[in-house]
Each structure stands twice: as C-alpha cells, then as structure tokens.
Design a protein around this ligand. Structure first.
Ligand SMILES: C[S@@+](CC[C@H](N)C(=O)[O-])C[C@H]1O[C@@H](n2cnc3c(N)ncnc32)[C@H](O)[C@@H]1O
Length: 261
C-alpha cells in the first residue's frame, strides 16, 4: 500500500528544468577560418581580425553565443552553412569589367565556325556572363552560336543574377545606347531584357565539388577574381580543375589580372 503511494507521488513529480546560459566566447576565430578554407578555398589566414569581427556580428544577430556553437550548427544544418558561405563571400562585380578580355573573347568567337560553349565560374550576381552576351550580340554574333553556363557558390548572388535588376554603379561602364537596347530603366533600376537573360544558364555549385566537373567541358572559360581569395596551393588546385574542363587545351581560360599571383 505504502509502495503504491510512493509510486504515485513519483509519477506526478515534474523534473525541474534549469537553463544554463552559455558563456559568450568570440575569441578564437581560427576554427571557422579553417572550416571556410576547407569548404570553399577562401583563405582568411591574413585577415583573422576582419573575420573575427564579421563572425562576431554574424553570431550576435543570430543569438549564437560562441564561434564553437556556430561551427556545430554549421555541421548540423546545411541551410545555415549556406547562409554562412553567402555571408563570407565577396560578390563585388560590374558590367564590362576588364573590357580588353571581353574584346579578345569576341574576336575568338567570331573566328569559330561552330557553336561554342562558355563557362563563367564564378559569375556572382550575373554582370560578367551578361556582359559576354551583350558583347557577342553587339558584334553581330547570333544567339544560336553560343551558350553560357554561369556558376557561383553563393545562392544570394545567384538569386540576384536571375532577377537581373541593376543599379547605376553596376552598369557604369556601359554606354547609353547599349543600356537602352538591353535594359528597361524604371525607378532607378536597370532591368535586363529577357532575351539576354535567356542566354545564360545559372547553377549553384562549389568549384571543388564533383558536381562542378559534371558540368562537362567548355570551349572558353572565364574565371575572374575568385582565385585571389585562395592561397597558393588552392589556386593551383582550382586552376587544375578549370584546365581539365577545357575541351581543347589550345583554347582560353580568362583569369583576372591578380588571380595567378
Ligand atoms: C569577386 S566575385 C567575381 C565575379 C566576377 N567573375 C568578376 O570578376 O567580376 C568572386 C565570386 O567567387 C565566388 N566563389 C568563391 N569561392 C567559390 C567556390 N569555391 N566555388 C564557386 N564560387 C566561389 C564568390 O561567391 C563570389 O561571387
């Protein structure tokens, strides 16, 4: 009888929960730097101070109390990992960047007597592949003569690329005639016309993932201003991957001026 009484009592006792608040710790950012380098190639070794301050804001805004907790979350949650990658990539770009390379490319395509495939890796928010389309069309090259695949690791940048809505600073290198042919201007925004947008196929991919190689081989590759964020060893690895994706070793990969140093 007594034991029944005690059993009943036990069942009704609710466990008292205590929440222990994790101590805030935004000191050692190097595990995050290592993780980002491993995953994307981007090297923060010489910018640990900048990374630390960026990561502190990233964590605080999301109520994450330490870099260690942030890393745990990154391992557990792939959309959180993507959010972090989006946050740490530099997506700066604009139309008609390094014009001499675009002119050289147009000359090469003119001399081709077959349809050419072009890879733009990375494309960020789309200005580079769209510049190639505009330059080719302006040179009188028919849209049937080329196709362009453009990739980037950042889903935010690709979303902007697909929307193709640009501000004055993005189109500053394009003269007014070309602007009016290829963009609709409304409410301070340059909206790229659909026939240009339709010429580029965008895909989210990391150049170090096998899905990148699965894109196949290309006649021409643009890979500008990505290798600058990698260390020497990673640059070489990336270069090797890109070179393996050229159909013909005689064809060109256009790198940015600072990429190979
Ligand atoms: C500065 S933008 C260059 C855009 C354009 N090519 C240009 O030169 O204007 C660098 C881009 O590289 C992308 N990126 C960095 N690491 C990458 C990786 N491992 N795979 C694919 N894209 C990457 C970033 O997301 C960013 O959009």
């Amino acid at each position: 009888m007594l034991s029944r009484f005690f059993k009943k009592k036990q069942d009704t006792v609710t466990e008292e929960k205590t929440t222990v608040l994790e101590t805030e710790d935004y000191t050692d950012v190097s595990p995050i730097a290592r993780y980002i380098k491993e995953q994307t190639g981007i090297n923060f070794d010489r910018q640990l101070g900048i990374l630390r301050s960026k990561m502190t804001s990233f964590c605080k805004i999301r109520y994450i109390r330490s870099f260690q907790t942030c890393l745990t979350k990154v391992h557990e949650d792939s959309s959180f990992k993507q959010e972090l990658i989006n946050y740490l990539t530099t997506n700066e770009t604009y139309f008609y960047r390094e014009v001499s390379q675009i002119e050289d490319f147009v000359k090469c395509i003119k001399s081709e007597n077959k349809k050419v495939s072009v890879l733009c890796a990375p494309c960020s928010s789309g200005e580079e592949p769209y510049s190639l389309v505009i330059a080719l069309l302006e040179a009188g090259i028919s849209a049937e003569k080329f196709n362009i695949t453009a990739i980037d690791i950042s889903t935010d940048a690709l979303e902007m690329a697909k929307k193709a809505l640009y501000k004055e600073r993005n189109v500053k290198n394009i003269d007014n005639n070309i602007r009016s042919k290829y963009f609709d201007f409304k409410e301070n925004t340059y909206a790229l016309k659909d026939f240009v947008k339709g010429q580029v196929m965008f895909k989210q991919v990391n150049i170090f993932d096998k899905e990148f190689l699965e894109l196949g081989r290309f006649d021409y590759i643009f890979s500008r201003n990505m290798l600058i964020y990698f260390d020497k060893e990673t640059k070489q690895k990336a270069r090797g991957i890109l070179e393996s994706m050229l159909k013909d070793k005689e064809k060109k990969i256009y790198f940015g001026h600072a990429d190979l140093y």
